[in-house]
Design a protein around this ligand. Structure first.
Ligand code: CDP
Length: 226
């Protein structure tokens, strides 16, 4: 039974810049509330990975060819999160790999790809409460979301967390410096599609543990859940 006792389905939109912890936080919040989670970034990554599997260097990619490749992507409900399948199989490593990360901002600028992602995410919200995460969930996709959160953190701290996640150990200062540079560059590439809704609650997680930020969002969600 859902712990989010809403009278009608509610959408909780969690947005923020690269490596701000949106996806892991959203997943955990969804688990605590007993609802599903959908990560829009995973769909942008999947469309990019699907296009990379086809022929042609990124500088000749057309919107049409990315959309055609995206036909190989399905988004299926798992235990907590909707999961991406590429040609019918999970491809998490490929989705998080450097090849996809380098090209995903380009793909995410294509209006028809954005429309395709937005439609998939709205389908996930049909008839049930959901936690969605990305960059424009609280603005373009669910302007009427019951709760909007915008997560930020200092770039150095975001870089450190991303490296811990990727390497499974404490990174060196040099490693963090290189990763910080990458994150700041991606922030710039994604600037137009990263939008904080006027009515979003801003949470700076630089000095928060993940458990603390999850607790805060769960409490806010319960307050709007009715
Ligand atoms: O790596 P990170 O968790 O920051 O990003 P992600 O959530 O996996 O999203 C990958 C990329 O998809 C971003 O760098 C954006 O270019 C794009 N994206 C977007 O434009 N709009 C969204 N709602 C979500 C992601």
């Amino acid at each position: 039974m859902s712990e989010l006792r809403a009278k009608r389905p509610v959408v909780i939109a969690i947005d923020g810049p690269a490596a701000s912890g949106k996806s892991s936080t959203s997943k955990w919040v969804a688990e605590r509330l007993g609802v599903h989670h959908a990560d829009s970034g995973a769909l942008y990554r999947a469309a990019t990975a699907a296009r990379l599997r086809a022929e042609g260097a990124p500088d000749v990619w057309t919107e049409q060819s990315v959309l055609a490749a995206a036909a190989a992507v399905t988004f299926v409900p798992g235990k907590t999160s909707f999961e991406v399948r590429l040609d019918g199989t999970a491809a998490d490593e490929e989705l998080r790999g450097a090849g996809v990360t380098d090209q995903v901002s380009l793909v995410a600028k294509m209006p028809s790809v954005r429309a395709w992602v937005n439609e998939r995410i709205r389908e996930c919200a049909l008839g049930s409460s959901i936690v969605v995460d990305g960059r424009d969930m609280g603005t373009a996709v669910f302007p009427d979301a019951a709760l909007k959160i915008f997560l930020i953190a200092d770039p150095w701290e975001r870089a450190r967390r991303r490296l811990v996640q990727r390497l499974g150990r404490s990174p060196s200062e040099d490693e963090i410096a290189v990763e910080t540079d990458d994150i700041v560059k991606r922030d710039a590439k994604d600037a137009t599609q990263t939008q904080q809704a006027a009515d979003a609650i801003l949470i700076d997680t630089t000095y928060l543990t993940q458990a603390e930020q999850v607790d805060r969002i769960v409490a806010l969600a319960r307050a709007v859940g009715g």
